[in-house]
Design a protein around this ligand. Sequence first.
Ligand SMILES: [Zn+2]
Length: 299
Amino acid sequence: MRMLMATSPLLLGGCSLWQGCNVCTSLLSPTPPSPDEGRDDLGETQSQVSHTQQELSDQLLKDDRARSDYFDHDFPEDIFYTGEKLEMLTRLTHKFRGAQKHVGFGNFNLLGMDEFFQIADRASNVGALTAQEKLFLEELFYFDAKKYGFNGNKIFPGFTDAVKKSEAQKIPASGHYLKKGESLDIYNRLRKDVGESLILTSGFRAVAKQFHLFLEKGLESNGNISKASRSLAPPGYSFHGRGDFDVGKVGYGLKNFTQDFALTDEYKRLLDLGYINIRYTQSNLLGVRFEPWHIKVEV
Ligand SMILES: [Zn+2]
């Protein structure tokens, strides 16, 4: 079995969090890992972070608020994909990338899983998914995300649930769609009130897109899917499927998806104008990082 040791800031003493994290450098010293017991079977799961208690108590490490504030750390109870599961995760991530390339970035946002499978079948850069790969995705979809620390609600109950494309409006030059009605109205008002320096950075998303984002985040997290779920709702759980959307500042690039967005004039304008009704607030109890860029539409 291939083991990947987590490159945890907790263990290594570095911090990949946004500026302001002053806890991790002196936090914990490693002790031998202990098996992650009491979890439903997700395949090979193992907690790869061990700890001795110094500044943080066990209670704090288990606390949802701490998971939100230190979303980019590994926590002792995190669930990891390792071995074959990690290889599967990697292989599937590549297939999603291939399908996105095949249909185009914008169109990919609206694909249901059935369409994704059809595209994989016919796209030479993807290749049909095996029964085992489909089963893996289905199991991931139906696994109770609360077990790996994500406390949000499920938006799409079914694995093959699709969005109505007739409900989606393409937003020029963004590569994204918005759901017609309230989402689109709010976005248009935002642009009018804040100005054209405010852009749509992610809009209406169906299940395949959420799978892709989540798998990419899982891969980036060395198979730590608990950590992935602190930055990204697992497939089926994203409010982007109901109309929520993300905004950013022109030219701000990936910083639009960091706490730095909260320092921009655009964010301050949004706040002043009362548009900010944040889904994932600072130190929230959902086990998700603070997302100042995420506009909550659906209540
Ligand atoms: Zn969002």
